[in-house]
Design a binder for this molecule. Structure first.
Ligand code: SF4
Length: 290
């Protein structure tokens, strides 16, 4: 397979009456000339590292070396534990885990790029949360990673997964689409629903620029990971209810590319525009770099 169309992946999976993850695992084994067990073994290692990153950042006194971030995963966890959340514990736990992985990244800890380090919190947060809530075993989560990866590969091939190339829509947006796809499959949704969830999640963040304060992957990146996890839940929930995206998923991906191409360089990771150009961001920049 060429991984250049999500619709095509969905169509083949439906025709062959398999889940997208099964299709991808089989194809990857052929392409990489490895056994399916070997490939799953690599994915298990990724899953383990992802899980660790969703816990490591939960520390009250944690701060990044710039001082710009840290401690928010802990605050979110406190709110969940004390029953102070609006949307209940499932979303609260996902937000905690997304913040944790991203804060781990900001502190130079070990994360799994999914698809990038800047968006490393979204997919792990969603997977680990439903894994705990629905009592899924690692085998199920590993399979969901194949579905998420296939979506990421299509976006990388047809648009971009880089903030410097396509803005934050390409990083946090892609991560959201990957997580939404995994969620739908884990919940027993059809391949077509997977496609709609991808489309809905990506549509919702089109135009999101990459504007890291002081050029550091902390502000607004860490909180955008929490938002990206919530976006994945919303998109999956809608798709599982039978709600369809009016614009087909591959057209949404193409739209994301054209929007990224139109974005000014100042809004693509150069830290010259957007939030990075605000007076407060400039003050932080001066404080950090002199
Ligand atoms: S703002 Fe830029 S650096 Fe930060 S997560 Fe988004 S794409 Fe990555």
């Amino acid at each position: 397979m060429k991984y250049d169309s999500v619709s095509e992946l969905c169509r083949i999976a439906e025709e062959e009456k398999v889940r997208i993850s099964e299709l991808v695992l089989k194809d990857q084994a052929v392409q990489m000339e490895k056994s399916e067990e070997e490939i799953k073994g690599t994915m298990r290692t990724m899953l383990k590292a992802m899980r660790a990153s969703t816990k490591e950042g939960i520390e009250p006194g944690k701060r990044s070396s710039s001082g710009l971030s840290g401690g928010d995963a802990y605050k979110m966890q406190q709110a969940v534990e004390e029953g102070r959340t609006i949307c209940g514990p499932v979303l609260g736990k996902a937000l905690t885990k997304a913040l944790s992985a991203s804060e781990t990244n900001a502190c130079m800890g070990r994360v799994v790029a999914a698809p990038t380090a800047g968006s490393c919190g979204i997919l792990p947060a969603v997977l680990m949360t439903v894994g705990e809530e629905w009592e899924l075993d690692d085998e199920q989560l590993v399979m969901a990673l194949f579905t998420a990866s296939a979506v990421g590969m299509v976006i990388a091939n047809k648009a971009s997964i880089s903030g410097a190339e396509g803005g934050c829509q390409a990083e946090c947006g892609s991560a959201s689409a990957m997580a939404a796809a995994a969620l739908v499959e884990l919940n027993g949704g059809t391949p077509a629903m997977v496609g709609h969830a991808c489309a809905i999640s990506l549509k919702s963040v089109l135009g999101l620029v990459c504007d890291p304060v002081a050029g550091l992957v902390e502000v607004p990146c860490i909180k955008r990971n929490a938002m990206g996890a919530a976006n994945a839940f919303v998109a999956a929930e809608l798709a599982l209810a039978g709600i369809e995206s009016r614009i087909p998923v591959d057209e949404v991906i193409h739209a994301m590319k054209t929007i990224g191409d139109c974005m000014l360089p100042a809004l693509k990771e150069t830290a010259e525009g957007g939030l990075a150009a605000t007076p407060t961001a400039k003050k932080y920049m001066k404080q950090i770099f002199g």
